[in-house]
Design a protein around this ligand. Structure first.
Ligand SMILES: [Zn+2]
Length: 888
C-alpha cells in the first residue's frame, strides 16, 4: 500500500482499522484453499451485492467443521462437494495467462452434497460451517451463496461517488477481503481466483486479469464479464472495479498497460502511463523476472483511503497520486505520481509474487517498495533530486523513531487493529532506509543479485525476514544477516559518538533519545561509511574504529557518506567547527541534509543549543540545493513557532529577512530552461520570507494570488501554492469563497486539493469556524475531511479553536470518519505545546477511544511533552543568540 501523506507535518501513524474494529484471531488451520471462483452481482443503487462462490480446498484430515473469515456477509446457503484429486496444477506458468479456468460440474462429481449450518462470530470476523457427516480428507469444494453490503467506509467492497454517478470499488489490504467474499484471509493461504462480475449494460469492470468473455445476461439490462484466472496469490491482492472508467493505453515489454480514471479525468492519465511503461521495463531487468501477468491497469478512484494499493495487475490510486497534467503540471506533482507508481509497481514483485508469511514481516513489502519508489524514478529522471528527498525523509523518520513509543520494524501482531497499526513510518520509512543502507554497504550490483536470488527462491510463495537477509549474506559474503537482524528486531536509532580521529579512535554507540530522557539500552551491528574510506562494521561492545579525515586543505570528519546510514552522529567538540566550515564545499547535498538533521536532533536532545543550529543554517544560506535550504529554513520556522516568544519571533523574522532576503533577490524571476533546483529554491525562499513577513514578498504573493483567482497562468506555476497560502493568512470572505468554489469545481485533482487545504490558511475566527463546519459537511469527501481538521489543529493561530470544535463535535467527525481518519486526528493533536492541552488531549481520547490509535496517542502526548521541554530549555538560548546578532 502507498500511504497518503496529505498533511505534511503530521508524521503520524496512518492507521486504519476503524472505530470499534472487531478483534479477530488466526484461522484454525488444517485447510489449504487452492482456487476461488467468484461471481459478484453488485446493485450500486441499493449499495448491496450478491455473491456466488466456489472454493476448492484440501482438508488435512476428515472434518465436520470448516472455519474461514467473513464480515458483514449474510449467508444464503453453503454446500460441500467431494472432489476427485486434482490433476491440473493451475499454478503452472502455461496456465497463468488467458486459459479458461478449470471448471467442474460439481453436481456430477458428487450427487449427494452436504449442506452446512453456519455460525458467525462477529468479534473474530469468522464463519464456521458445520456438517452432519465428516468431510473426508483431501479435495473438497464449498459452494457458497451469500449477500453483502457495498459500504461507504472505503474498505472491502465500497461505493465511490462523483456528481454524476456511483462506482463500486475494492480495497482489501490488510484484512477486508472478508467483507467482499468469505475466504481464508491470511497472506500465506495463497490460491488462484476466477472473478466474474455481472454489471449494468452501460458499465464496464476491471479486475486483476484480462477479460476472457463478456456476454449479455443473465438478467435483462445486464452483462457478465469474466476475467482470466489469476496466478497463485494472497486474498488481500484481489480487486475489482465497476463503473464507466475510461483508459489511456500503452505497452511495455509486451505487456498491455492502461491508465484509467472517471471519464472527465482521462486526459490526466498520460503521465502515469509513461511512468508505468518505463518502470515495467526497468523492473523486468532489475529483478530478472518478467512481470507475470498479460496486462497491468492503473486506476484513479474518486474516494480512496490511502495513497494507492498494489492489487496484482490492478493498481488503484487516490486521484492526486496518479493524475497530473503531463504538459503543464507542476514538477512536485509529477514527482509524487512517479514515486507512487514506482512504489506500487515494485510491489508486483515484492509483495504480490513473494509475500510475507504473516503481517509481522510487512516491512518486507513496504520497506522494499519505499526504497524502490525513489530508486526507479531517479534512474528515469536523474535531475529531479530524489537523493535529497530521501535524506529529508530519513531525518523525519529518525526523529520519530528516537522517541520512547517507537517499535521494532518487526513486531508481533494478531488482530486487524494491531495489523492496521503496523502501516506506519517504521514499516515504510525506516525499513526503506535500512535497505538503502545495506545496499550502499554491499554494493548496488551485489545487492541486486541477492534480491533476484531471494525472489526466485520464493516465487508465488511466502517468505520471512530471515529468507531475505540470509540470501543477501550468502550472495555478498558479508554478515548482512547480523546487520539486518539488528536493525529489524531492535527499536530506535543508534547514536555514534566519534571522540577522535585516526587509527583506533574512540567510538561509541548508544540508543539515541530525542527528548534526552533515558530509554531502554539497545545495540546494533552498524556499517559505518566514512566519506573517503570503505565502510567499516561497528559491532555491539566495540569501542574503537579507524576514523579517517578528508584530504582537503582543512581536514574534517564525515561518518555518514552520502547520508546512507541509519544513525545519528555526534562529533568531538573540536570537530564541529571544521565540519561546519566545510559544509558547502566538502559535503554533498544529502550529507548537508544529514548534518542539519543531526544538529537539530542533538539540540532537541539537549546536546547542543538552538544557536548552534542557527549558526549552521546561516552557514548554508547560499546553498544551491533547494532541499538543503528547506531543511534549514523549515526548522528555522519551527523555532519561530514552537520555541520563540512573540517578541523573539519578531526578532528572528528580522534575521531571516536580513540574511535570506538578498539570496532570494539574487535568484531573479523564472528563466527558460532553469533547473528544478533553481525553481524550487525560489519557491522555498519565497515561502520562508513570506512567513517572516517580508513586505515585498507579501505584496508579491498578493499579486500572484490575484492573477490565479482571475484565472491567469503564472509565469512560475511552482509558486502557486505558496502564494495562495501567504495570501490567505490575511484573506477576506471574498477570497475564501472563491477558493471554496475552486475546491468544488476544479477538474485537476491537485488544484482541487490545494484549494481545499488553502481554506485552513485563513486565520479570522469566523472563517476558521466555517472551515471546520465545512469539513464535516456533505460537501467534503470523507477521504479529505480529516486533513482539514488536522491542518487546523497544527496551525498555531487556529489550533485552540480547532480543538474546541473537535471536542464539541466529535460525533459528527466520527460519523464522517473513514477507517483511518480518527487516528490521524489523534496524531495532529500532538501539535500543542502546553501541559494544559496535553492533559485535555489525553483525557479526551481516553474517553473517546479511536481504533488502531493506541501508539499514536502515546506519541502525541510525547510530542507535546517534547515541545514543552524544548521551549523551556531553548527559549533563553534563542534570546542570547538573537542578542548576539548585530542589529540591522
Ligand atoms: Zn506499499
Amino acid at each position: 500500500m502507498g500511504l497518503w501523506r496529505g498533511v505534511a507535518a503530521a508524521g503520524v501513524v496512518l492507521a486504519a482499522g476503524g472505530l470499534g474494529a472487531a478483534q479477530a484471531q488466526r484461522l484454525p488451520g488444517g485447510v489449504t484453499p487452492e482456487h476461488y471462483a467468484l461471481t459478484i452481482t453488485p446493485d450500486l443503487a441499493k449499495a448491496r451485492f450478491a455473491g456466488s462462490e466456489t472454493i476448492e480446498l484440501v482438508l488435512d484430515k476428515p472434518a465436520t467443521t470448516i472455519t474461514l473469515n467473513a464480515a458483514e456477509i449474510e449467508f444464503v446457503s453453503v454446500k460441500a462437494y467431494r472432489l476427485p484429486a486434482v490433476d491440473i496444477d493451475v499454478n503452472l506458468p502455461k496456465n497463468r495467462k488467458d486459459l479458461p479456468p478449470p471448471r467442474y460440474d460439481l453436481t456430477k462429481l458428487d450427487k449427494d452434497p452436504q449442506t452446512a449450518t453456519v455460525a458467525l462470530d462477529g468479534r473474530k470476523e469468522q464463519a464456521t460451517f458445520t456438517f452432519a457427516t465428516p468431510l473426508p480428507a483431501g479435495p473438497v469444494a464449498l459452494q457458497i451463496e451469500y449477500t453483502g453490503i457495498i459500504n461507504s467506509r472505503l474498505r472491502g467492497f465500497y461505493l465511490s461517488k462523483t456528481k454524476l454517478r456511483s462506482y463500486g470499488v475494492t480495497q482489501f489490504e490488510a484484512t477486508d477481503a472478508r467483507r467482499a467474499f468469505p475466504c481464508f484471509d491470511e497472506p500465506a493461504l495463497k490460491a488462484t481466483f476466477n472473478v466474474s462480475l455481472v454489471v449494468d449494460a452501460g458499465d464496464t469492470a476491471i479486475s486483476n486479469t484480462k477479460i476472457v468473455s463478456d456476454a449479455p445476461g443473465p438478467a435483462a439490462g445486464k452483462h457478465t464479464i469474466a476475467f482470466a484466472p489469476t496466478p497463485k496469490m494472497s486474498t488481500y491482492l484481489v480487486a475489482w472495479l465497476v463503473g464507466d472508467f475510461k483508459c489511456t493505453e500503452g505497452k511495455s515489454d509486451g505487456v498491455a498497460i492502461r491508465a484509467c480514471a472517471t471519464p472527465d479525468k482521462v486526459g490526466l492519465t498520460q503521465f502515469a502511463l509513461d511512468a508505468a511503461k518505463w518502470d515495467l521495463h526497468y523492473y523486468d531487468k532489475y529483478f530478472r523476472i518478467k512481470y507475470p501477468l498479460a496486462k497491468l491497469d492503473l486506476i484513479a478512484v474518486p474516494d480512496f483511503e490511502e495513497g494507492a494499493m498494489e492489487n496484482f495487475g490492478c493498481i488503484t490510486f487516490r486521484e492526486t497520486e496518479m493524475l497530473v497534467d503531463a504538459r503543464n503540471g507542476a514538477l512536485p506533482a509529477k514527482k509524487e505520481v512517479a514515486e507512487t507508481v514506482a512504489h506500487e509497481m515494485s510491489h508486483q514483485w515484492f509483495g504480490d509474487l513473494v509475500t510475507p508469511e504473516w503481517w509481522d514481516n510487512l516491512w518486507l513489502n513496504e520497506g522494499f517498495a519505499t526504497w524502490m519508489e525513489t530508486k526507479a524514478p531517479a534512474k528515469w529522471q536523474p535531475k529531479w533530486g530524489y537523493a535529497q528527498d530521501v535524506a529529508q525523509d530519513k531525518n523525519r523518520t529518525m526523529d520519530e523513531d528516537a522517541g520512547p513509543n517507537t517499535r521494532a520494524i518487526r513486531t508481533q501482531v494478531e488482530t486487524p487493529a494491531e495489523i492496521d497499526e503496523l502501516f506506519d513510518d517504521i514499516a515504510y520509512g525506516k525499513a526503506g532506509a535500512v535497505i538503502a543502507m545495506v545496499e550502499n554497504w554491499v554494493g548496488e550490483e551485489t545487492f541486486r543479485k541477492g534480491v533476484q536470488a531471494y525472489l526466485a527462491a520464493h516465487l508465488y510463495g511466502n517468505a520471512q525476514g530471515e529468507d531475505f537477509w540470509e540470501t543477501q549474506a550468502r550472495v555478498s559474503g558479508l554478515p548482512v544477516d547480523k546487520v539486518m537482524q539488528s536493525f529489524v528486531d531492535t527499536r530506535g536509532v543508534p547514536l555514534l559518538t566519534i571522540a577522535g580521529v585516526g587509527a583506533g579512535a574512540p567510538v561509541t554507540q548508544q540508543r539515541f533519545s530525542i527528548s534526552g530522557s533515558p530509554l531502554a539500552a539497545e545495540t546494533w551491528t552498524i556499517p559505518v561509511c566514512f566519506k573517503t574510506a570503505p565502510c567499516r562494521l561497528l559491532g555491539p561492545g566495540q569501542t574503537t574504529l579507524d576514523v579517517p579525515v578528508t584530504s582537503s586543505d582543512h581536514p574534517f570528519v564525515n561518518a555518514n557518506a552520502e547520508d546512507k546510514g541509519y544513525y545519528r552522529t555526534a562529533y568531538a567538540a573540536d570537530q564541529w567547527q571544521p565540519i561546519v566550515a566545510n559544509a558547502e564545499a566538502g559535503l554533498t547535498p544529502p550529507e548537508r541534509i544529514g548534518l542539519l538533521g543531526d544538529r537539530w536532533a542533538l539540540m532537541r536532545a539537549g546536546r547542543g543549543t538552538v544557536g548552534e543550529f542557527l549558526d549552521l543554517a546561516l552557514a548554508v544560506k547560499q546553498d544551491p540545493s533547494a532541499a538543503v535550504m528547506e531543511s534549514a529554513l523549515g526548522r528555522v520556522r519551527t523555532i519561530a513557532s514552537r520555541i520563540a516568544t512573540a517578541a523573539d519571533r519578531e526578532r528572528l523574522e528580522a534575521v531571516v529577512r536580513r540574511e535570506w532576503g538578498p539570496v532570494y533577490a539574487a535568484l531573479g524571476g523564472p528563466r527558460r530552461h532553469e533547473t528544478y533546483d533553481h525553481a524550487q529554491l525560489r519557491e522555498t525562499l519565497f515561502e520562508a520570507l513570506g512567513d517572516a513577513r517580508d513586505p515585498a514578498v507579501l505584496a508579491e504573493a498578493q499579486g500572484l494570488a490575484k492573477q490565479l483567482f482571475a484565472g491567469q497562468k503564472l509565469a512560475d506555476p511552482m509558486m502557486a501554492d505558496a502564494a495562495v497560502a501567504l495570501a490567505t493568512a490575511n484573506g477576506d470572505v471574498a477570497m475564501y469563497e472563491r477558493l471554496q468554489q475552486v475546491s468544488q469545481t476544479a477538474t485537476d485533482p491537485d488544484l482541487k486539493l490545494a484549494a481545499l487545504h488553502a481554506l485552513t490558511g485563513f486565520h479570522a475566527p469566523a472563517l476558521v469556524k466555517r472551515t471546520l463546519e465545512y469539513a464535516v459537511s456533505n460537501d467534503v469527501r470523507s477521504q479529505d475531511s480529516w486533513a482539514l481538521i488536522a491542518l487546523l489543529l497544527e496551525g498555531r493561530e487556529t489550533q485552540d479553536q480547532a480543538w474546541e470544535f473537535v471536542t464539541q463535535h466529535w460525533a459528527e467527525i466520527e460519523r464522517k470518519s473513514t477507517a483511518g481518519s480518527g487516528a490521524r486526528i489523534v496524531g495532529a493533536a500532538g501539535s500543542f505545546c502546553t501541559a494544559e492541552k496535553r492533559d485535555q488531549v489525553n483525557q479526551f481520547f481516553q474517553e473517546h477511544r479511536v481504533g488502531s490509535s493506541r501508539r499514536t496517542l502515546a506519541r502525541s502526548i510525547d510530542s507535546i511533552d517534547d515541545c514543552i521541554r524544548l521551549r523551556a530549555a531553548q527559549e533563553p538560548e534563542l534570546r542570547q543568540w538573537l542578542d548576539r546578532q548585530a542589529p540591522q
